[in-house]
Design a protein around this ligand. Structure first.
Ligand code: CS2
Length: 492
């Protein structure tokens, strides 16, 4: 079967919309690092709307920092891919033309550095996942002992990390006089712009002190809150779509109707008129980020670990269990809501209700396993500010303790029927080893986990109340099973 290319656009089946602009007239303005499904279902769609509205100077050049798979998916398709928006009602499909090409950074390093140094590029956007920032999630500081950081600082002619590529490219940009540029983080981190600014400035001081100076005056780092649920595309999605479309689209992304992007308006070298295509441009994004991380991502991780242990494959399946639905309500009501600061006019209750509906979307097969990935990098910003606040104010920590107990069980590496779990996490080995060593003493296990400072900082390991609460859950889960222990606690 033929792949999707520009040639197919003139003759698409009914129900599939083509880009509403001539692709040949588009020039590059944005460089994006990390062209995963999330970028393709979120930022690239807003940019596609900008191009359709007539400002064609913001085409996207993408770069994949590690794997060859996205360049292989998109380059033979001239950057085109289909966006399938799924809800219980119906699917809506359109083809996105905003991405021109995707570089494979490890084999095309020179080309990538040239793009970073290209004066037409005025914004570099990033979705490189939490661990891509090479930072200590507990403090936000650069991890000086990160193997990629060490490699990048040892030899300026190679790059491994996003920070390495950015510094090499920005050094070239500075040398060529290509002018200022905005680096826009679109990852799920609190104050993601500030996080990026901090690690890049710490990295660049060792890399090239003059570059570190230049960054101060020539780069802006707006923060942004990004929201759209985008599960990994499944084999059956590709097959069903090919049957419907009559061509093969290896770049297909499947997502939900909801989409939101709130961006701090701090672009040193100009920007697309994002506000005309539904982006909320604000002076301070932090309150939105904080609410989203704690309510949506916090709940996602909680449901993912608990659901996985109880045998639920997707978030929608997890939400179909009354106990997990009640857990979600109780978690928000008892622990999150007392801790978040709500901007004026924001209806937190309505926001949470809408989230619960989004989680229930049966057409989205968002796996608990996918969300459970990289917990050591996600938990600090999703759970711990809430947990610390509740501990300080003597509020409930019951549901977050349950979440921590589920996570501990998950990263120990075996599910409730003794099957091995494929744990994907940079700390997977350490966490599994702790579980092995402390197998016979639950309190010691909890204490050893809370002593992992890159996740929990220095303060939580000494908290007796937290230790007891997590240990009690682990004991109950071991004797009754996760779902039964939770149901009993909820008196269901
Ligand atoms: C999810 C997020 O995979 C995860 O950890 O919690 O990707 C989530 O779907 C998005 O942040 C939604 O905006």
């Amino acid at each position: 079967m033929q792949r999707l290319t520009n040639a197919q656009l003139d003759d698409l089946p009914i129900g599939i919309r083509a880009p509403a602009y001539a692709r040949a007239g588009v020039t590059p303005g944005i460089l994006h690092l990390g062209v995963g499904a999330f970028h393709r279902a979120h930022q690239a769609v807003y940019v596609d709307d900008i191009l359709a509205a007539g400002d064609t100077s913001w085409g996207i050049v993408g770069a994949s920092l590690r794997s060859q798979s996205v360049p292989d998916q998109l380059n033979p398709q001239q950057g085109l891919y289909s966006l399938m928006v799924r809800s219980a009602g119906a699917d809506d499909v359109r083809i996105i033309g905003a991405i021109d090409r995707v570089l494979h950074a490890p084999t095309e390093r020179e080309a990538l550095l040239d793009w970073i140094a290209d004066p037409r590029i005025r914004v570099v956007t990033l979705t490189i996942t939490e661990k891509g920032y090479c930072h200590d999630p507990a403090t936000g500081n650069l991890l000086a002992d990160h193997p990629g950081v060490i490699a990048d600082l040892a030899d300026a002619s190679v790059s491994v990390t996003a920070l390495g590529y950015l510094c090499a490219g920005l050094q070239r940009r500075k040398a060529r006089g290509a002018g200022p540029v905005t680096l826009l983080s679109c990852d799920n981190l609190p104050s993601n712009g500030k996080t990026l600014a901090l690690v890049l400035s710490q990295f660049s001081r060792d890399y090239d002190p003059q570059l570190a100076e230049w960054l101060n005056d020539n780069v802006s780092f707006p923060s942004s809150m990004i929201d759209r649920i985008v599960p990994a595309t499944r084999a059956e999605d590709y097959q069903q779509y090919a049957q419907m479309a009559g061509f093969d689209d290896q770049g297909l992304v499947v997502t939900e109707p909801f989409t939101q992007w709130v961006v701090e308006d701090n672009f040193i070298a100009g920007r697309p008129a994002f506000e005309t295509v539904g982006v909320q441009m604000v002076t301070d994004v932090e309150a939105y980020e904080d609410i989203k991380l704690r309510c949506l991502n916090g709940a996602h991780s909680l449901l993912a670990y608990a659901g996985y242990l109880a045998g639920c494959k997707t978030i929608a399946e997890t939400m179909a269990q009354p106990a997990f639905q009640q857990l979600l309500t109780a978690f928000w009501r008892d622990e999150v809501t007392p801790q978040v600061e709500v901007p004026e006019g924001f209806d937190l209750h309505a926001y949470q209700q809408e989230l619960a509906q989004r989680f229930k979307n049966p057409a989205l097969k968002h796996t608990t396993w996918q969300i459970a990935m990289d917990g050591s990098q996600k938990i600090p910003q999703r759970w711990l500010a809430t947990l610390r606040g509740q501990l300080e104010g003597s509020g409930s920590v019951r549901w977050l303790s349950f979440g921590l107990a589920c996570w501990m069980r998950y990263v120990a590496g075996f599910d409730e029927s003794g099957q091995v779990i494929d744990v994907q996490d940079p700390l997977a080995k350490t966490l599994a080893q702790i579980a092995r060593e402390q197998r016979d003493d639950t309190r010691a296990w909890v204490s050893a986990i809370l002593s992992v400072t890159s996740v929990f900082g220095d303060d939580l390991k000494a908290n007796h109340r937290l230790q007891v609460s997590v240990a009690d859950w682990l004991v109950a889960m071991r004797s009754q099973g996760t779902l039964a222990a939770l149901s009993r606690s909820l008196k269901i």
